[in-house]
Design a protein around this ligand. Structure first.
Ligand code: FAQ
Length: 290
């Protein structure tokens, strides 16, 4: 395997794994405040799924010869990136709907093609991840559907969530192709199957009719159907905001890294106990074999 191919995969898969487990944090904020037992059970199931996605991805990454502890150390030290989207706060219950609908929706758009990525362990992890993300996207849409069918105040809450999450969701696909330093090589290696801009366009085209069905307005005055292109045209993304967030200066970057690090430190005893148990088990197996 060419060394640069391996390094690119490690970078992308590790960033993806970190995104999954950091992505649990904005939603965890709402577990104790979900409006019903059913919504709480759904939120818990979704958040646990994200932990599972992190595990598949760290495992896939380890097949490339890296150690999971080292990858996590890079997350905790701020060296490794994770998706920009998780540095925005979830201020209201409608944000849980918007995260499911838009953030999982964008994740699926990016990840379905990754089921055919050139590195088997990554592609196979994606197959299951995509099935689960599809349930997540629908539960987000369902949450917003309930709000837009509710009181005027609930409808306003749904619109406000869309206003705040729309542009950051478009940023999830990464810089414009002209500014994306890795796309050309990753496409040639078939790690990426579509470019950042191609996936962003597919997402906009799929999501506009969904917003119409909800009776919500996408916060972009330049959004309009282009008959000639057969796609929606949309406004300019605020790239200064994007680069500022990925440099660590978003609203929640410091809190997210702090919370992940605290979870790692607080879980030390579990790792120690599991290792001690494994050692004890292999010793007794060796004794039986002897
Ligand atoms: N945020 O040259 P490119 C989810 C970085 S999972 C932060 O275009 P590439 C599930 C990029 O790393 C969401 N950094 O890079 C969920 C590079 O920096 P570097 C995560 C970003 O790799 C839902 C630099 O900018 N999904 O949401 C971002 O070819 C709900 C130049 O960029 C994946 O990771 C960004 N948005 O394309 C969980 C999917 N975009 O490393 C909980 C797999 C770019 O040189 C709740 N990843 N950067 O220092 C990919 O498809 C690609 O890695 C891209 C970026 C498309 C993200």
């Amino acid at each position: 395997m060419p060394d640069d191919y391996r390094k690119t995969l490690i970078r992308q898969i590790a960033q993806h794994a970190h995104s999954e487990i950091v992505g649990m944090l904005p939603e965890a904020n709402w577990v104790t405040r979900a409006p019903s037992l059913k919504r709480k059970a759904i939120a818990l199931a979704k958040i646990q799924d994200e932990a599972g996605h992190g595990l598949y991805l760290y495992s896939a990454c380890e097949t490339l010869g890296v150690d999971r502890d080292d990858l996590l150390e890079e997350l905790h030290s701020g060296k490794a990136k994770y998706s920009s989207i998780f540095n925005y706060p979830t201020l209201t219950w409608a944000d849980m709907g918007a995260v499911g609908w838009l953030v999982d929706g964008a994740a699926i758009m990016n990840q379905v093609p990754l089921c055919r990525t050139s590195y088997g362990p990554y592609g196979r992890a994606m197959v299951r991840v995509c099935k689960e993300e599809s349930f997540h996207q629908r539960q987000g849409y369902d949450t917003l559907l309930a709000l837009v069918r509710g009181s005027e105040e609930q409808k306003k809450m749904a619109q406000d969530a869309l206003n705040r999450w729309w542009w950051p969701s478009l940023m999830m696909f990464g810089p414009a192709d002209a500014d994306s330093k890795h796309t050309a090589q990753s496409m040639a290696w078939k790690i990426k199957r579509f470019t950042n801009d191609e996936l962003r366009q597919k997402f906009v085209d799929a999501t506009v009719p969904q917003a119409e069905l909800l009776g919500l307005t996408i916060p972009d005055p330049d959004l309009k159907w282009n008959e000639e292109r057969g796609h929606y045209d949309f406004g300019e993304i605020n790239w200064d905001e994007f680069y500022n967030v990925i440099k660590g200066n978003g609203a929640c970057n410091k809190q997210r890294v702090h919370d992940r690090k605290a979870a790692w430190d607080n879980g030390a005893w579990v790792r120690e106990a599991a290792t001690a148990y494994q050692e004890k088990k292999s010793k007794s197996n060796n004794t039986v074999a002897a």
